[in-house]
Design a protein around this ligand. Structure first.
Ligand code: SF4
Ligand code: SF4
Length: 361
């Protein structure tokens, strides 16, 4: 039923096969009587990914964003189709919201972002997909631009096995770590999760708030200064968690004040939180570049690296320029406007360290 409706793969996990994992692996959180879970993956439209990575104006960002949102909605709808089918058969079942739904009962959930059920764990353990170095799950020959969905149920379904190593799509090229503006992933260190006797490993997340800063749109400039995401933020790379926290506070005040684009022939607003509360995609690079084929992934990396830097004019218009030109044009902007995208937020910390040595962690 799922395959007929566009799923690339479908698999099944059980209480036993998900046992021993972290809270995100708990299939009973959404349904205390759950015995099994259904996992499936559907593809994003790759035709819209390269214009997004290339920062093609005016529609490169909005077209991929629309596809991304619609694919998430499709995953949710498909999950509900399965849920309703199982309920008609007399079983209990709950569909899992595919994104942006977190366990708010976990202390500090805003920073750790624990999902109600990790659809990645479910996909990896049921053999729908495997982990890449980026921590996304992907499929051989396609890579990581997929959205995974799931359903939990008290029906006792036959579990499917994880994919064997030869079916992995990841060759550890680590290009996914290079496309993260604030380097959220470790290049070397791994983290692992064990589910039902199988251990899965991927790059350690240095601090998830680094992604919040970049993917959330506060900052866009890559720490090399040579290209940006769709966000016009130009803050210096935070060196440690203290600076990350400081920049979050600063950025969340500045970002909503950025001007909105009213004329969409000039592009679509790249802010994440200021635009009437709408979330807008400015990054996702680590996931989008990996196409499960080294040559295609390298091409995506090249497109992104050469895509230039975004700056935003006072009337909201966004412009893409080569890095040096973007820097020059930004410098010419009025100080009040510049403060919405850049501030030497480290100055105060340095000053404090000078007057009170040891204040910095
Ligand atoms: S870009 Fe893809 S193939 Fe390369 S290390 Fe990252 S996940 Fe693996
Ligand atoms: S989505 Fe962007 S900011 Fe977040 S981890 Fe991936 S590359 Fe980094």
């Amino acid at each position: 039923m799922l395959i007929e409706r566009g799923a690339m793969k479908v698999g099944f996990a059980t209480l036993e096969t998900m046992a021993g994992g972290p809270p995100g692996a708990d299939i009973t959180y959404l349904l205390p009587e759950a015995e099994s879970a259904v996992s499936f993956a559907i593809p994003l439209n790759k035709d819209l990914i390269r214009p997004f990575l290339a920062k093609e104006l005016p529609n490169g960002r909005a077209d991929h964003e629309q596809d991304n949102i619609e694919t998430n909605i499709k995953a949710w709808r498909l999950a509900k189709v399965v849920r309703d089918y199982l309920r008609e058969k007399g079983y209990k079942a709950e569909a899992v919201v595919p994104n942006n739904k977190y366990r708010e009962d976990v202390p500090g959930w805003q920073a750790s972002l624990p999902p109600e059920l990790s659809l990645r764990y479910l996909a990896a353990r049921s053999g729908v997909a495997s982990f890449g170095w980026n921590g996304s799950v992907g499929i051989k020959g396609f890579g990581t631009p997929i959205i995974v969905g799931g359903v939990v149920t008290d029906a006792k379904l036959e579990p499917t096995d994880p994919l064997p190593p030869e079916e992995s799509f990841c060759n550890k090229c680590k290009l996914c770590t290079k496309v993260c503006g604030y380097g959220m992933f470790s290049d070397e260190e791994e983290t692992s999760v064990t589910l039902g006797g199988y251990t899965f490993s991927y790059a350690k997340r240095i601090n998830k708030l680094r992604c919040v800063l970049v993917c959330g749109g506060i900052n866009g400039l890559h720490n090399s200064g040579q290209w940006s995401t769709w966000s016009p933020g130009r803050y210096d790379n935070p060196e440690d968690d203290y600076e990350v926290n400081r920049l979050i506070t600063l950025g969340m005040t500045a970002q909503p004040k950025r001007p909105l684009i009213k004329d969409h022939s000039k592009g679509y607003n790249p802010a994440s939180y200021g635009d009437q509360g709408k979330i807008q995609l400015t990054c996702g690079n680590c996931n989008l570049i990996c196409w499960g084929d080294p040559a295609e992934t390298a091409k995506n990396y090249k497109i992104l690296k050469n895509s230039g830097c975004i700056i935003q004019k006072e009337d909201g218009e966004i412009v893409v320029l080569p890095p040096d030109k973007a820097k020059q044009e930004f410098e010419k902007m009025p100080a009040k406007h510049k403060r919405l995208y850049y501030k030497d937020y480290k100055k105060k910390i340095r000053k404090k360290e000078k007057t009170t040595p040891g204040v910095m962690p």
